[in-house]
Design a binder for this molecule. Structure first.
Ligand code: NAI
Length: 480
């Protein structure tokens, strides 16, 4: 029987190339593959209808096919306009057993280089299911799908979408337009979708931040699991993932020699720590900017100079923002940078670098060097190179984090989906992290592939420490 379903990707003929990459990625994703085996018979996600909004990469393809292997139905979009790998998207639509003429896989709505209206259309598509039943789970990265459900419902109940104002970013204006259109088409759309959702699992720092805000004001509509703050996510993906993919993005975009250059890392949280290490590993002289005295002291102890951005503009060659904050690098900074300085962001949203302000500098011109690499030339003839229009450059200019580290993140995602879907009644409309024994389980699933031999506690040693021989080994407040 031929399945027909709706989807929108760049080119299905890329599926074979995508499938080869997925096959190699599976080998590097032992956590996900172990979960497929563990839950093959039980099918804990049977009945789950997951709306996924997360960078549509090769690694995400392995996540999607794991969710399907556990019984879920899935619709997918990317959570960034530049982050899709078109061959991965094609392979997921075609599926392991389909052909481009007869796709048998999963509906994906994602391609590299979406416009903002297309981006929000794709996000709407994952929440708009054919037939009677809508989605009952969200898997989110950055919180856009969750925001669409919450704001859509709020504005639907209020009877109108607030007018778009000067203060709105371009993106938020486009978002409002989408909600306006969808409510006009179906005045109960978002109320109905919201009622069906049992929970959301959120991938990243920025999305988690949004969820805690909603919970604080009592506006969170369903339970949420904060996947980001599993130790095996933020202390691995954010740190070691960025340690790998930051310089990958820099190299693919510009191929400038990093050694000997002065590189500024704005923010020294988990992402900043990985970025600083990766630049230092290439021989760059790294300067960190921070607002938090603890993180600033950590950077200093690692041997990095900690300074204010204003004070290093005349010496720095490479900039990367990692703060999750906004307006960190502003036009007044960019106009004072060295000629051909490279400016990039690896934080979730594009507002860390004030791109709108840059475009308004009198006399500035923009030249495309290649897709996602632009030279902005000022009146005096000096220019700066901006990567991915200020959007996260490791996914815009390269292919994001490598499989092995994403296997950790996505094992947490899979376990969190199972947890929220199968034990929904145990959770209130709050934000939760996974229990430590599951965090330790995710780590355990990745040890064998690296040839790690764990030491086992004796019973007496375990008693001495006051822990179980099988773990968990640390109290909740331990920071790793
Ligand atoms: P974090 O909270 O651990 O670190 C952010 C740091 O920036 C904090 O130490 C904070 O004090 C500092 N900061 C805030 N405002 C600042 C400012 N104006 N100037 C200088 N420093 C400032 O967060 P984490 O986990 O490092 O994530 C950072 C961002 O990266 C988030 O948006 C997150 O969603 C995103 N992310 C991106 C990934 C990627 O692959 N591109 C992977 C993981 C996270």
């Amino acid at each position: 029987d031929t399945k027909t379903f709706d989807f929108k990707v760049a080119d299905l003929s890329l599926a074979e190339a995508g499938r080869h990459q997925i096959r190699l990625a599976e080998h590097e994703m032992p956590g996900l593959m172990a979960l497929r085996e563990e839950y093959a018979a039980a099918q804990p996600l049977r009945g789950a209808r997951i709306a996924g909004s997360l960078h549509m990469t090769v690694q995400t393809a392995v996540l999607i096919e794991t969710l399907v292997a556990l019984g879920a139905q899935v619709r997918w979009a990317s959570c960034n306009i530049f982050s899709t790998q078109d061959e991965a998207a094609a392979a997921v639509v075609v599926g392991p057993n389909g052909t481009p003429e007869d796709p048998q896989g999963v509906p994906v709505f994602a391609w590299k280089g979406e416009s903002l209206p297309e981006y929000w259309d794709c996000t709407e598509q994952i929440l708009t299911w054919p037939g009677e039943q809508g989605p009952n789970m969200i898997l989110d990265d950055g919180g856009d799908a969750t925001m669409l459900v919450h704001k859509g419902r709020e504005w639907e109940i209020a009877g109108a979408v607030p007018a778009t104002t000067e203060e709105d970013s371009e993106e938020f204006g486009v978002f409002k337009e989408l909600v306006r259109r969808t409510i006009a088409e179906d005045p109960k759309k978002w109320t109905t979708v919201a009622e069906g959702i049992r929970g959301v699992t959120e991938e990243t720092t920025t999305g988690v931040h949004r969820l805690y805000e909603l919970a604080k004001t009592g506006d969170l509509l369903f339970p949420a699991i904060n996947v980001n703050d599993s130790v095996t996510k933020s202390k691995f993906d954010n740190k070691y993932g960025c340690r790998h993919s930051l310089i990958d993005g820099l190299n693919r975009a510009t191929d400038v020699l990093i050694g000997g250059k002065v590189a500024v890392v704005c923010g020294y949280g988990d992402v900043g720590k990985g970025c600083a290490q990766s630049l230092a590993g290439q021989g760059a002289r790294v300067i960190v900017t921070e607002v938090d005295p603890i993180c600033a002291l950590q950077a200093a102890m690692e041997g990095f100079q900690v300074a204010r951005l204003e004070d290093v503009l005349d010496i720095a060659d490479i900039y990367v923002t990692t703060t999750g904050c906004y307006d960190v690098i502003r036009a007044e900074h960019m106009t004072k940078m060295k000629n051909k300085a490279i400016v990039s962001n690896i934080g979730h949203f594009d507002n860390e670098i004030d791109m709108a302000g840059l475009a308004k500098v009198p006399g500035v011109t923009k030249t495309q060097i290649k897709p996602q690499v632009h030279e902005w030339t000022f009146e005096n003839g000096d220019s700066i190179i901006v990567l991915s229009e200020g959007r996260l450059m490791n996914l815009g200019n390269a292919t994001g984090h490598p499989s092995f580290v994403m296997s950790n993140s996505f094992s947490n995602q899979t376990i969190a989906q199972i947890e929220l879907f199968t034990k929904n009644g145990d959770y209130d409309k709050q934000v939760y992290v996974l229990p430590k024994h599951l965090d330790e389980k995710v780590a355990r699933l990745h040890l064998g592939a690296l040839g790690v031999n764990l030491t086992e506690l004796t019973k007496a040693q375990a008693e001495y420490l006051g822990v179980d021989v099988a773990g968990p080994y640390k109290p909740e407040h331990y920071r790793y």
